[in-house]
Design a protein around this ligand. Sequence first.
Ligand code: SF4
Ligand code: SF4
Length: 361
Amino acid sequence: MADETMLDILKRRGVSRRGFLKFCAATTSLLALPPSMAAAVAESLGRVRRPAVIWLSFQECTGCTESLTRAHSPSIESLIFDAISLDYHHTLQAASGHAAEEAREHSMKADWGNYLLIVDGSIPLKDGGVYSTIAGISNLAMLQEAAAGAAAIVAIGTCAAYGGLPHAQPNPTGAVAVSDIVKDKPIINVPGCPPVPAVMVGVLAHYLTFGTLPDLDDLGRPRAFYGESIHDRCYRRPFYDQGKFAKTFDDAGARDGWCLFELGCKGPTTHNACATTKWNGGTSWPVQSGHGCIGCSEPDFWDAGGFYKALSTPVNSVSGAATAAVAAGAAAGIAIGLANRQRKARARAGHQTVTIADLEK
Ligand code: SF4
Ligand code: SF4
């Protein structure tokens, strides 16, 4: 069973070849690869054998696991129970106590150098790391030990990626990110509080397909999902461009879908896929439900200004032509948008270079 390929596993589970190809087409789309890559993804993914995965949860709220277990496409069942061997996960594993720790140690020994390490939560360093321990082992010691044998590390959620809420001032536990500790392993950051389920699943699917980490931006995030800002993908953007801003959450403008910029929306400075993947199986997302983005996928989001403080606040009423302050805000938005479009172009260019030969590596 351990030598089964992904295709073997799916066949055994009654998944048809047509269903598998559909799954691969969805995965290709999630990864922002050209549709023509779907066949190559199917060939490569079909040959994948089950990699070992160890998931460590440190200073966190379990929201990331909650988010992942709400994933819809590809189904979390196929990923967790069929495609990967999730050898250790505090929340999802059946074992507890000594048996759970033995499972972690056994998996690390059996797949030393090859397993994928997923971490959610930040790591407290203050006072010797006493503020979060598992089985009497500090988070710092457990991370260092598990990271030493990992092929790669996925830092899931803003806490693992950038320190997140525990890192917010005054940071009483001395919380830091995975990348502040581990310097000699490839790390992919998948920030968000929590991350979008489709993004987490997409990153795992990329690893399973290519055996490598996807193209990353300068904050270690996959460009396929974080290459553009919320603002660039927001359906309220035409109102922003026209200078039409809601003044309160229940005024006529808000009800007509006007831009939430003046109500504190951090969409222009936040990179994530919410606006396109949405949440709850594609039902909606925060801006669609009437609240501005709070910038949860960026470093220091909790300390980066009040949720309801505009990034650049127009001081006069907006009517047709923008005021100087609005113009300044719009100019900042345009500049940010341009930078994001350049990021997107780089992301696309990066993906265009993926060939069958790359898949064979
Ligand atoms: S400021 Fe916020 S609500 Fe307005 S267009 Fe940008 S992301 Fe959408
Ligand atoms: S809209 Fe903004 S704050 Fe809300 S989940 Fe998406 S990135 Fe996070």
